[in-house]
Design a binder for this molecule. Structure first.
Ligand code: SAM
Length: 217
């Protein structure tokens, strides 16, 4: 076990970001240092987002913990991630949903998707995560519906296709807001075919979701 990873995870637990052993065990297991650029290795276990090139970032560990806890992920679930980046969050989710579950992750920038595939392969998650290049604001109809959906890039409003690609009782997280440095994390539960329950979870800062149901390029 990497001591710095253990220390970070314990700090996240003491700060109240981690509540479940599922999330804790996954964060202890997935090597974040294998999902960041090699010149940033010394920052791997800071609780901070880091640049990964193309103007994009790997999310801070506390944000990954919040996402995994709030989605209430369970073994065997089919999950859709919008915004793969370098693949770290997808690997943590894959670790939680296990070999009977699956993560589909959409990334609009081809070079990042390639890097994510490489990172997922060298950490042993390639069979559990399918990385697709495309506009995730449209969701991923080929594999819908999903038990859980989360976006790691922020849109002016929750993209309708994501809501429509949830199963009944499915849960969705999507950062929403017009400010590029501060948005609100929106949590949605699909109650029935046409009914959705919405909750605001507080301020977050994500890169923009660029696409048909996000921001224009
Ligand atoms: N999930 C990542 C992680 O594990 O740290 C964080 C990724 S970063 C905060 C958000 C990503 O969303 C960027 O890589 C960006 O290129 C991607 N993105 C933005 N708009 C998108 C869209 N419409 N479809 C798919 N990916 C998009």
């Amino acid at each position: 076990m990497n001591d710095r990873r253990q220390e970070l995870v314990e700090n996240l637990e003491h700060s109240g970001y981690i509540h479940s052993s599922r999330v804790k065990d996954a964060l202890l297991k997935v090597p974040r240092e294998k999902f960041i650029p090699s010149d940033k290795l010394s920052y791997a276990y800071l609780d901070s987002p880091l640049p990964i090139g193309e103007g994009q970032t790997i999310s801070a560990p506390h944000m990954v913990a919040i996402i995994c806890e709030k989605l209430d992920l369970k073994e065997g679930m089919k999950v859709l991630e919008i915004g793969t980046g370098f693949g770290y969050n997808a690997a943590v989710v894959a670790e939680i949903v296990g070999v009977n579950g699956h993560v589909y992750s959409l990334e609009r920038i081809e070079s990042l998707a390639e890097k994510a595939r490489e990172n997922l392969k060298r950490t042993g998650y390639e069979d559990q995560v399918t990385v697709v290049v495309g506009d995730g604001s449209r969701g991923y109809p080929d594999e819908a519906p999903f038990d859980r959906i989360y976006a790691t890039a922020s849109a002016p409003k929750v993209p309708e296709p994501l809501k429509n690609q949830l199963i009944t009782n499915g849960k969705l997280l999507s950062p929403v807001g017009t400010d590029h440095y501060f948005q609100e994390l929106i949590f949605i539960r699909r109650i029935s075919e046409n009914d959705f329950e919405t909750q605001k979870l507080g301020g977050v800062a994500f890169v923009p979701l660029i696409g048909k149901h996000g921001w224009p390029e």
